[in-house]
Design a protein around this ligand. Structure first.
Ligand code: FES
Length: 126
């Protein structure tokens, strides 16, 4: 038996930034090999910063809370800083996750990083 803390429950019950950005500058999708859940992040970039971020997560409560937290952390950050957000940072910001749910936190930062890399690939400076 495990319990989620209040912060995790809040992000699960009221996830921030849920949705899709149809004209996103970068999109990142990851799947969790452990459970098969999926997460997609969409970003809008302005002046090298994450201007807007949305996500869609087909996953467990922890995965939804993690996506919500990642989106809040990343908003307004420079691309370089956002690339440094680690899965561990996210779990810490959430006040910890139950041991057997830690694998769920592996999706969040990975999906965000993929979206940023997707943007960078399209905007390679020559
Ligand atoms: Fe799949 Fe948590 S059980 S992400």
């Amino acid at each position: 038996m495990f319990q989620y803390n209040e912060k995790v429950m809040d992000h699960f019950a009221n996830p921030r930034n849920v949705g899709e950005i149809p004209d996103a500058d970068g999109v990142g999708e990851v799947g969790n090999p452990v459970c098969g859940d999926m997460m997609t992040f969409y970003i809008k970039v302005k002046d090298n910063k994450i201007d807007d971020v949305k996500f869609k997560t087909f996953g467990c409560g922890a995965a939804i809370a993690v996506s919500s937290m990642v989106s809040e952390m990343a908003k307004g950050m420079t691309l370089e800083k956002a690339l440094q957000i680690s899965n561990k940072d996210v779990a810490e910001q959430l006040g910890g996750l139950p041991e057997n749910k830690l694998h769920c936190s592996n999706l969040g930062a990975d999906a965000l990083h993929k979206a940023i890399e997707n943007y960078m690939e399209q905007h390679k400076e020559i």
